[in-house]
Design a protein around this ligand. Structure first.
Ligand code: NDP
Ligand code: 2IT
Length: 448
C-alpha cells in the first residue's frame, strides 16, 4: 500500500507527526490516501481547496471523565470519547465502543472509516465514533447501568437527532443502548431518535440487530456472483461471536454455506458438522458466557485457546468479524495455502495492510470493511428515518432496503474502481466512491 501522489504523501507524514502514537489512525488514513492519487491527479481542486487537509482533521473531539460506583461502593474513573469527524453529508453517525483497549487513536481510526462507509450507504449521514476504556465484561447489570448513565450525563450535551446519533459497537449492544437512551431522555426531557440500535418497544428498527451480519453476506454474495462463485456449499470461517459474527453466520447458512468455526477473545471453536448457531446465541446473547462453553454441549467439536489459529482452518470464505488487525500476513498466507477464495471484512479494519496485499496479490476476492459492513449503519439510518416519521416498517421492508443498499453499494464501489483504472479492486473502489460524495459536498461549502 503506497501513496503515489506527492502532496498526499506529505499529508500522510503530517498526519503521522500531528497525531503521535496513534498507529491505528495512521493505518486507516494511509489506506484511504493510498487509493486517492488517481482522483486528486484528475481533480487537483480537492487539494487546492483544502479538502484533503480538512478531511484528516476531526471537526471536533470530546474527551471526558466517567466516574461510576461499583456494587461494593468503590469509585472507578474511566475515559469517554466522542470524535465528531465529519458532518459534510449529514449528522455525525457511528457507534460507541466499550473495551479496555479504547483510546483516542482507536476512536479516530473508527471515526475516519465511518465517514466513507456512511457516504457509501447513499444515505445522509456524517461520520463519528465514540466509546470508553470501560470493560463491560464481568460487570453486573447495575454496574453497567451506572456506567452508562454517567457516560451519557456528559455526552448528552453534544449529541441530538440532527447533530450526532451514536449507536452500538464492541461491548455496546441492546442492554447498553437502553441505559444510554433512558438517561438521555431524562436529561434532555425529549423522546427522540438520538441513538440507534434501540429496543423494539422504544423506537428501535426491526432488522437492525441482524443488519451488519446480513449486509456483510449480501455484499459478499454480490462479489462472489460477479466472479462466478457463491456461498452455496462453501465452507466458511467466522471470527468473533458477537453481534456481527452471529448474524453473518445466520445469513451465510441461509445462503447454503457451512460455517465451521467461530471465536471470542479467548479462543476458537471448530465444529466440522457446522456451528450450532442457536447454542452460540444462547451462550453469547443470553448467558454472556465464553465460546469455550460450546464444547460442553458439543463434545465432538474442538476448542482451541488463542485467536490466530482460526485462520489455519481450511475454508473457502473467511469473514473476520471480531476486531482490528486480527488477520495478519501469516494468517492471510495460511488462508491462501488452504484454497480460500474470498475474504469479506465484517469487523472494522480486521486485516492488516500486509494481509490485504497478500490476499489481493493471490487473487483472493476481497471485500473491505467500509463497504462490506456498512449494512449496520445503513439500517441505523433507516431507524432514524422511521423515528422521524414516527412510523415503523416491517422486518421484510427494512431487509429489502438493506439488500438494495448493499447491492447498490457493491456496484458503486466496483464501478468507481473501474473508472479510476483499478478494476476489480474493491478497496480502491470503496475509498474513491465514499470520498467523492463527501469531498464534493465540502467543495460546495467553501472553506468551513
Ligand atoms: P460485539 O461486542 O458484539 O462482539 C465482538 C466480538 O469480537 C466478541 O466475540 C469479542 O470477544 C471479539 N473481540 C473483541 N475484541 C477482541 C480482541 N481484541 N481480540 C479478539 N477478539 C475480540 O461487537 P460487534 O459484533 O458489534 O463488533 C465486531 C466488529 O464489527 C468490530 O470491529 C466493530 O467495529 C464492527 N462493526 C460492528 C457493527 C455493528 O453494527 N455492531 C457495524 C459495523 C462494524 P470477547 O467477547 O471475548 O471480547
Ligand atoms: O462500525 C459501525 O458502522 C457501527 N458500529 C455501526 C454504527 C451505527 O451508527 O449503526
Amino acid at each position: 500500500m503506497s501513496i503515489q501522489n506527492s502532496y498526499l504523501r506529505d499529508l500522510m507524514d503530517r498526519v503521522t507527526a500531528r497525531n503521535p502514537a496513534e498507529p491505528e489512525f495512521h493505518q486507516a488514513v494511509r489506506e484511504v490516501l493510498s487509493s486517492l492519487s488517481p482522483v486528486v491527479d484528475a481533480h487537483p481542486e480537492y487539494i487546492e481547496q483544502g479538502v484533503m487537509d480538512c478531511l484528516v482533521e476531526p471537526e471536533r473531539i470530546i474527551k471526558f471523565r466517567v466516574p461510576w460506583e461499583d456494587d461494593q461502593g468503590k469509585i472507578h474513573v474511566n475515559r469517554g470519547f466522542r470524535v465528531q469527524f465529519s458532518s459534510a453529508i449529514g449528522p455525525y453517525k457511528g457507534g460507541l465502543r466499550f473495551h479496555p483497549s479504547v483510546y483516542e487513536g482507536i476512536i479516530k481510526f473508527l471515526g475516519f472509516e465511518q465517514i466513507f462507509k456512511n457516504s457509501l450507504t447513499g444515505l445522509p449521514i456524517g461520520g463519528g465514533k465514540g466509546g470508553s476504556d470501560f470493560d463491560p465484561k464481568g460487570k453486573s447489570d447495575n454496574e453497567v447501568m451506572r456506567f452508562c448513565q454517567s457516560f451519557m450525563t456528559e455526552l448528552f450535551k453534544y449529541i441530538g437527532p440532527d447533530t450526532d446519533v451514536p449507536a452500538g459497537d464492541i461491548g455496546v449492544g441492546g442492554r447498553e443502548i437502553g441505559f444510554l437512551f433512558g438517561q438521555y431522555k431524562r436529561l434532555a426531557n425529549e423522546f427522540t431518535g438520538v441513538l440507534t440500535g434501540k429496543g423494539l418497544t422504544y423506537g428501535g428498527s426491526l432488522a437492525r440487530t441482524e443488519a451488519t451480519g446480513y449486509g456483510l453476506c449480501y455484499f459478499a454474495d454480490c462479489m462472489l456472483r460477479d466472479a462466478g462463485r457463491s456461498f452455496e456449499g462453501a465452507t466458511v470461517v467466522i471470527s468473533g461471536s458477537g453481534n456481527v459474527a452471529i448474524y453473518a453466520c445466520e445469513k451465510a447458512a441461509q445462503f447454503g454455506a457451512k460455517v465451521v468455526a467461530m471465536s471470542d477473545s479467548g479462543g476458537y471453536i471448530y465444529d466440522k458438522n457446522g456451528i450450532d448457531l442457536p447454542l452460540v446465541k444462547e451462550l453469547k446473547e443470553v448467558q454472556r458466557k465464553r465460546i469455550s462453553a460450546y464444547v460442553e454441549t458439543h463434545p465432538e467439536a474442538e476448542y482451541h485457546p488463542g485467536c490466530a489459529g482460526i485462520w489455519t482452518i481450511p475454508c473457502d470464505i473467511a469473514l473476520p468479524c471480531a476486531t482490528q488487525n486480527e488477520l495478519d500476513e501469516a494468517a492471510a498466507k495460511a488462508l491462501i495455502a488452504n484454497g480460500c477464495f474470498a475474504v469479506a471484512e465484517g469487523a472494522n479494519m480486521p486485516c492488516t495492510p500486509e494481509a490485504v496485499d497478500a490476499l489481493q496479490a493471490a487473487g483472493v476476492l476481497f471485500a473491505p470493511a467500509k463497504a462490506a459492513n456498512a449494512g449496520g449503519v445503513a439500517t441505523s439510518a433507516l431507524e432514524m428515518s422511521q423515528n422521524s416519521m414516527r412510523f415503523y416498517w416491517s422486518f421484510e421492508e427494512v431487509d429489502d432496503h438493506l439488500k438494495r443498499i448493499m447491492t447498490d453499494l457493491y456496484h458503486n464501489a466496483s464501478n468507481a474502481a473501474a473508472q479510476y483504472g483499478c478494476a476489480g479492486d474493491l478497496v480502491a473502489g470503496a475509498n474513491i466512491a465514499g470520498f467523492l460524495k463527501v469531498a464534493n459536498s465540502m467543495l460546495a461549502y467553501g472553506v468551513v
